[in-house]
Design a protein around this ligand. Sequence first.
Ligand SMILES: N[C@@H](CCC(=O)N[C@@H](CS)C(=O)NCC(=O)O)C(=O)O
Length: 211
Amino acid sequence: MADLIFYTNPQSRGRIVRWMLEEIGQPYETEVIAYDQLKSERYLAVNPMGKIPAIKHRGHIVTESAAICVYLADVFPQAELGPREDEKADYYRWLFYAAGPAEAAITNRAQGWEVPAEKERMFGYGNSDRVVAVLDELFSLHDYVCGDRFTAADVYVGSQIMFPMQFGMLPERESFIRYRDRLHARDAYNRANEIDGAIIVQMQQPQPQPA
Ligand SMILES: N[C@@H](CCC(=O)N[C@@H](CS)C(=O)NCC(=O)O)C(=O)O
């Protein structure tokens, strides 16, 4: 069994982790989990939430796309995707911001739900327009989360901007488009897309029926 197992479905947030794995450049084994198998006893033993993605590394399970990105950057420091001392503040700040308030704001908004003005103080993100404005300001001032260097934070924060923008869930601000173009130029991003694209094609082939 490989040291590093990646549980995913190519039509999921697993694409974030595939990209991160390709950035890291270490060997890994992929286990594709069909959506109707996510709540099977076998997969619940990996992630009791019955959600993908997840990884198993040397017997340790990590779930949550953001945590997986940070974990991989940490245990494979040779890829230099973790934060340097002076990058730590931005790295942690914006990763947690993207995984918590920003994701909640973007997904609620996509469902047509906004926090009532008088309840904003009870919600971690408060107001979804403000979330968009804060991200817009960040990428108007910086090329990457930590300034001028790509890190694991860009895999996650970048995905939380690119994917919603692709599906019309986030406005196409100039700063987001320029950031997306920088990320699209990465070899690992393109390799990850090719791998997941090939798996999707394979999943769409008629499966052999039992005799
Ligand atoms: N917070 C998790 C979210 C994972 C998640 O919601 N995955 C979706 C696919 S994108 C899933 O597994 N959905 C299937 C289900 O809930 O049954 C993360 O960031 O990894």
